[in-house]
Design a protein. Sequence first.
Length: 118
Amino acid sequence: MAKPAVTIYHNPKCGTSRSVLEALRAKGIEPAVVLYLEHPPSKTKLVQLLKKMHAKPRDILRRRGTPYDELGLDDPKLSDDAILNAMATHPLLIERPIVETTDAALLCRPADRLSELL
């Protein structure tokens, strides 16, 4: 069975994430859906996604409704590695939805950013 060409790191409780998933399906794309809060990406996978996104860990770091403040993640002295470790341990810190294709990945927030990827 061939791996789908598109993967979405999805939180079904998030309206933006649901909108992006619906938009993918409306384009005839049935993505692999990763419920990242239940099946968190590894630190290695996060690094791969960030490389495809041409982004840094802080670019996908979610603050609202997360342990961001309790973990002191607003400290500008924290290394990318420390932030990645926090996201791998607490996947709620990962902003969503992230859509990944074979060649690229993008944080599709707001949902209309999906058009930049596809």
